[in-house]
Write a protein that binds this ligand. Structure first.
Ligand code: UD1
Ligand code: CA
Length: 459
């Protein structure tokens, strides 16, 4: 029978050096709270329970991650990492294997954790360590003459010889719950920081004849924590670089992987080209041969193959068909659906509208709450007047309609298939199919009319 896994995530720390009213674990990396990244790695291991130990700003943390299936454990006072893990223990099954993670160490990989868990057992504590050129303030791994780990010493408690050790404690460990409970209960805080150190359980385990098995991460960034805005920015860049490398290894062309951000999930077809300064948020999919120009923001959209998104557009919650031309300077708002071969040009805003195949709106328009048929041409400056000051109304434009420039279509209104609307018209009633409809004051010329002259002020 496989041993059930329970995960304890420590997230109670204050994050003093963030100088922020937001709890540290809620600061965002790639558009998601740090803690959400750790939770995702935790869930991927399919544990029976994830316990999150919260403290500072606890209500905010719980509210922000209310959708997460976790057991919230409060640590009212931060008395050290050992004390923090101990808070969760009454709710952990004796038969479980416990894995300890950190809410502010977001880049830990699932494979690394799998490797760690795989070597933990009844009589084995698994510890993730790393060799650092500059071990800084990390806890030092002390090994005996035979090379076995005997204990961990915190930097502040270390002798000069111990401080010189470059193998450090990453904090990640896995141990059988039944033993862990006993060790945690025996912790004392007679050390340099007056804290209950989780790291002190290592010497206790060794004394009990438990083996300490060590593993290392694939990449050092996996063990980096966030304690300041500088570190947050560093991890953001590392994470973005990794995402960029991943996409390029799948064949995506990035004009500059350093000027590219994915804050969510981006999936790309073949031969996609992405220019500089593009931000993808939420879930975005790009079909084959899609080209995204510079300075675009694309959030929760799917884009059909061969579509070109010119520079400086903002697209949100839209389904864009194949072979469309968007922008430059277009704004596509939620609940918009463009069929294939649609053109949405500069300074055009489209909201909550469906646009049929081959239709074009190339300049300076607002199309909202509208259904546009196929092969429609919307002239420059056309506005659907969808709002009467209290309610929104729909505009329906049939196939093959031609709307002249600067028309105002006052919804609710229908333009029949094949109709032509004269430039400058204000259309308030249904325009019949196949006919020319226009509202226009007749053009007059006043022969011989003279412009008024300025009065002579000297008189
Ligand atoms: C800890 C380790 C150290 C290791 C380092 C890796 C101990 C005693 N030391 O040191 O060996 O090299 O992590 O980064 O474990 N936390 C709580 N409640 C508390 C105290 C801490 O939830 O009462 C959380 C913090 O929010 C943080 C994590 O535990 O996420 C680590 O705490 P921190 O104080 O940063 O430990 P370090 O001194 O860095
Ligand atoms: Ca730390």
């Amino acid at each position: 029978m496989p041993v059930p896994l329970e995960i304890v995530i420590l997230a109670a720390g204050l994050g003093k050096r963030m100088y922020s009213d937001t709890p540290k674990v809620l600061h965002q990396l790639a558009g998601r709270p740090l803690l959400a990244h750790v939770l995702a790695s935790a869930q991927a291991l399919q544990p029976t329970v994830v316990h999150v130990v919260y403290g500072h700003g606890g209500e905010q943390v719980r509210k922000n991650l209310a959708a997460a299936k976790v057991n919230w454990v409060q640590q009212a006072e931060q008395k050290g990492t050992g004390h923090a893990v101990a808070q969760a223990m009454p709710q952990v099954a004796d038969a479980a294997l416990v894995l300890v993670l950190y809410g502010d160490v977001p880049l830990i990989r699932t494979e690394t954790l799998q490797n760690l868990i795989a070597c933990a057992g009844d009589k084995t504590l698994a510890l993730l360590t790393a060799e650092l050129p500059d071990p800084g303030s990390y806890g030092r791994i002390i090994r005996d003459a035979a090379g076995q780990v005997s204990r961990i010493v915190e930097r502040k408690d270390a002798s000069a010889a111990e401080a010189a050790v470059r193998e450090v404690n990453t904090g990640f460990m896995a141990a059988p719950a039944i033993r862990l409970k006993k060790w945690l209960a025996a912790l004392r805080n007679n050390n340099a920081q007056g804290e209950y150190y989780l790291t002190d359980i290592i010497a206790m385990a060794v004394a009990e004849g438990v083996t300490i098995a060590t593993r290392v991460p694939q990449d050092l960034s996996e063990i980096f924590g966030v304690n300041s805005k500088q570190e947050l920015a560093q991890l953001e860049r590392i994470h973005q670089q990794q995402q960029a490398q991943q996409l390029m290894s799948q064949g995506v062309t990035l004009r500059d992987p350093a000027r590219f951000d994915v804050r969510g999930e981006l999936t790309c077809g073949r031969d996609v080209v992405i220019d500089v300064n593009v931000i993808f948020e939420g879930k975005v999919s790009l079909g084959d041969r899609v080209q995204v120009g510079p300075n675009n923001v694309i959030r929760d959209c799917s884009v059909g193959s061969d579509t070109v998104i010119h520079p400086n557009c903002v697209l949100e919650q839209a389904i864009i068909g194949a072979d469309c031309r968007i922008g430059p300077f277009a704004r596509i708002r939620p609940e918009t659906k463009l069929a294939a071969h649609v053109h949405v040009g500069n300074f055009v805003e489209v909201k909550k509208s469906e646009v049929g195949e081959g239709s074009k709106m190339n300049h300076l328009s607002y199309i909202g709450d509208t259904s546009v048929g196929r092969d429609v041409n919307i002239g420059a400056g056309t506005i659907t007047c969808n709002y009467d000051g209290a309610n929104k109304h729909r505009t329906v434009i049939g196939d093959n309609v031609f709307v002249g420039s600067n028309a105002a279509l006052v919804a609710p209104v229908t333009i029949g298939a094949g109709a032509t609307i004269g430039a400058g018209s204000v259309i308030t009633k249904a325009a019949p199919a196949g006919e020319l409809t226009l509202t226009r004051a007749p053009q007059v010329t006043k022969p011989g009319w003279k412009r008024p002259l300025k009065k002579n002020k000297d008189k």
